[in-house]
Design a protein around this ligand. Structure first.
Ligand code: HEC
Length: 173
């Protein structure tokens, strides 16, 4: 009888030890899980910062390209002023030839009306690559005869430049 009691006690003692051990291990696991979570959050923050930085520098590069290549004829600001060309505020997904108070060339207006044409990013890309190829006779690609400093836009062959330019145009709204 005493032996049996001793055995039961020993078993109980072991069982307690195992429970304690399990509890300790569980606590550690919680700590490890918390650390994983914090690490994951930190990784996400770092990755998002890098993505944001690339995006920012892409927009800035695009702005420089736009100012240098389009700024002589187009207003790029929210002031929406028509210059040699119509203002480009909100140009992405804008219907073509829809700016009141700007007189488009006959070739351009006919092209836009016939196709219900909109400036999707893909269409902008094609147009900027070579305006005269997409819309033969557009004034954007024509030298003005009455002014000696009016240069025509000759197209932009560099794909990376066009991409960055369009990333910038997307911000004009
Ligand atoms: C030499 C002046 C000139 C330059 C440089 C120029 N454009 Fe234009 N752009 C025009 C003119 C003029 C028109 C109107 C075309 C017409 O009526 O045939 C026009 C029209 C456009 C249109 C159509 C707008 C609408 O309302 O449908 C877009 C888009 C455009 N230009 C984008 C650009 C971009 C982007 C650049 C720079 C990469 C650029 N242009 C450079 C003169 C220019």
């Amino acid at each position: 009888m005493r032996q049996l009691l001793q055995q039961v006690l020993r078993h109980w003692h072991h069982w307690r030890l195992i429970q304690q051990y399990k509890a300790a291990w569980k606590g550690k696991r919680v700590v490890v899980k918390k650390m994983h979570f914090i690490l994951m959050i930190m990784m996400v923050v770092v990755l998002m910062s890098i993505a944001w930085w690339f995006h920012r520098s892409s927009i800035e590069a695009g702005e420089r390209i736009a100012t240098a290549n389009c700024g002589s004829c187009h207003d790029l600001s929210a002031k929406k002023i028509n210059e040699k060309g119509p203002y480009l505020w909100g140009i992405v997904n804008r219907r073509a030839a829809m700016i009141d108070g700007f007189s488009y060339s006959e070739a351009f207006r006919q092209f836009a009306d016939a196709r219900q044409f909109s400036w999707t990013e893909a269409n902008l890309d094609v147009f900027i690559t070579d305006p005269d190829q997409l819309i033969p006779g557009t004034r954007m690609a024509q030298q003005e005869s009455d002014s000696n400093h009016a240069k025509a836009f000759e197209g932009m062959q560099n794909l990376d430049n066009r991409r960055e330019l369009i990333v910038f145009l997307r911000t004009l709204n």
